[in-house]
Design a protein around this ligand. Sequence first.
Ligand SMILES: Cc1ncc(COP(=O)(O)O)c(C=O)c1O
Length: 494
Amino acid sequence: LSKAEALTMEESLDPDDWHAMRALGHRMVDDMMTYLETIRDRPVWKPIPDDVKASLEAPLPLGPQNPEQIYHEFLENVLPNPMGNIHPRFWGWVIGTGTPLGMLAEMLAAGMNPNVGGGDHVASYVEAQVLNWCKEMLGYPAEASGLLVSGGSMANLVGLTVARNTMAGFDVRQHGLLSSPARMMLYGSCETHSSVQKAIELLGLGSGAFRQLPVNSDYQIELSALEAAITEDRDSGHQPGCVVGNAGTTNTGAIDDLNLLADICEREGLWLHVDGAFGALAALSPELRPLLAGMERADSLAFDMHKWMYMPYEIGCALVRREKDHHRAFSLTPDYLAHAERGLAGGRHWFHEYGPQASRGFRALKAWMSIKEHGIEKYGRLIQQNVDQARYLADLVDASPDLERLAPVTLNIVCFRFKADHLDDTALNALNEELLIQLYERGIAVPSYTKLGDKYVLRVCITNHRSRSEDFELLVREVISTGKGLLGKYPGSA
Ligand SMILES: Cc1ncc(COP(=O)(O)O)c(C=O)c1O
């Protein structure tokens, strides 16, 4: 082939038949709308059949397959085997549900497919708009800086990176921690999410630098223990640097006294980072907002929109009180990323200078569209609805002689277990673990689990806009009947 002939055979990834692709797209939208509309009719979860698992061990496709055929395979093997988190009776871990418009927004964002690392194009302005709305809805200062990220873990990493670099007292980016005159110490309660420890490890501080302090009976950090730890560390020549406050712990939804933490940080000259992955959003409900008093004083704040704002995965947000601190921690502008005065390389929003990623997706679009679709007041009502549902479930649990609640309900989390007076904790732990697996396998509901002290508990965390009170009534009925059915199987039973 001559060069000219070869060029006439240039390929692209666009379809040969746009008409067929368009028709397939319409079918996909129709199918997914029906799927979402009828989600309540299906089991929450079911085991993945072996043949489906086997089909996902196929060799690398070398040649093309027809999109229709690929979609057929999706309908056969992928769609029927979901996690279940979009179902009204999914309350496991802290997992959101998504929305139909959120799904469509993801399609539009992928269609436009901008890189929101920098440059003067509209996606950056959409992100800046969403960040401004986030500050406003949480009562955080308007001049603060922010970044949309993949989720709470990344938001914690971003906040704690800024904390480390700002508090170090020397240029960590240039010199690294080896030049540190004293070990930087961080403080939080023993209920702090594991992503905080991971962030501290990734930052090279070592998990030993994170003092995880005891909690009171409401699972809030013990302030006297915090103050004692700070003094002790100072006396031993360490450098106290940062307190991590919890606005909604994963286990029980506890909220630390954020105003008192802010007071301590001010007095001691420490950075206050608040992990509000889901709990920060309780500020959208006028009734719940007072619980978060002091959150607006944080130096950095992490939260998620794929949890309690019900947006499709992934979207979280890091806010940093002083833009300069944020920029200084991440900005790096080699020649190939320099800003211009005008044109595409101009503009004010170069988000890659505020986080670890150079290339960034258009996750802002689903937030922008969703917040406009519902208005922030409806989010507040839904969050309140989830909290009211948690209180309702707690009442049902408290009213049953077969159930025992093991933690206060501050927000949207209820921890309880099936109990029988003649069984000790070891037997109850085993029974409740089996009970939960049976709820999963029968597709009834998905709570998750945790341990409080040595007690295994069922943990219902409601970040679900589709749940109704009858779903919690069904859960309670099923837990009791399944528990009673298991009584004969465990040692210690009568
Ligand atoms: C309190 C808290 N912080 C951080 C995270 C981590 O967030 P993500 O899973 O979005 O990374 C979670 C997740 O459940 C959480 O509950």
